[in-house]
Ligand binder design. Structure first.
Ligand code: CTP
Length: 213
């Protein structure tokens, strides 16, 4: 008999918003959490698509990796793969803004402006949710430095997600660059599940246990 594989779509890493050919706006996301989720999803037999911003990690064996740079490229890749996915996990740290203009040539120091004009990027996961079909599970992340659970709960509701993984990025002991993360999972049905401080691969296992039991 044929078994149809569950397709899982995961985003990971930062985005880069270019100012000119030598400068960009980004953030310290390492991609480790999203890559750990992709690896764990492969080992559970999912067909895994990993949309990745620029990171220095080995691609997880068995996952289809789509490399992107900007938030706009990430959005395009996520939209293209969204329909076929049953489980979508948005672990990427998407830049909320981009420069209103990207210069074709390096801006000389003497010409560099004192302030940059920025325009907002689209909220990728919120747009995906807007076009969801029944049966899709959509999971977001919330990176916070204060009022972790309150802010994460607000994001879960504002973006209409099924789950949000709240992580505290105020400490060097876990979060962005670290191999560890301290995550609390919140569900639409108002569960609050502390996963504790663990390696990102252990956190990935726990997240998948809950969101795709
Ligand atoms: N996200 C997204 N598109 C964006 C910004 C964020 O899809 N342009 C997603 C992230 O991948 C994450 C969730 O939204 O799954 C929350 O991201 P976060 O940066 O914590 O929140 P923001 O919506 O950017 O809110 P704020 O900056 O006010 O904390």
């Amino acid at each position: 008999t044929m078994t149809t594989q569950i397709r899982c779509l995961i985003s990971a890493g930062p985005t880069r918003e270019w100012i000119d050919p030598v400068r960009f706006i980004s953030n310290p996301s390492s991609g480790k959490m999203g890559y750990a989720l992709a690896e764990e999803a492969v080992s559970r037999g999912f067909e895994v698509y990993l949309v990745s911003g620029p990171v220095s990690l080995q691609p997880p064996t068995g996952a289809e990796v789509i490399k992107v740079e900007s938030a706009q490229e990430m959005q395009e890749a996520m939209f293209r793969l969204f329909d076929q996915a049953s489980l979508v996990i948005m672990a990427a740290a998407v830049s909320d803004h981009r420069p209103s203009h990207c210069s074709r040539q390096k801006i000389k120091k003497s010409d560099f402006p004192n302030s940059l004009e920025l325009v907002p990027n689209n909220d990728v996961v919120a747009s995906l949710v807007g076009g969801r079909r029944p049966g899709q599970t959509i999971v977001g992340f919330a990176a916070e430095t204060e009022n972790l659970l309150e802010h994460a709960r607000q994001k879960l509701e504002a973006k209409d997600l099924d789950w949000i993984a709240a992580n505290d990025v105020s400490s060097d002991e876990h979060g962005f660059q670290s191999d560890f993360n301290d995550v609390t999972l919140l569900s639409k049905s108002e569960e609050t599940i502390p996963l504790g401080r663990k390696s990102k691969s252990e956190i990935a296992k726990k997240i998948l246990d809950y969101v795709w039991p």
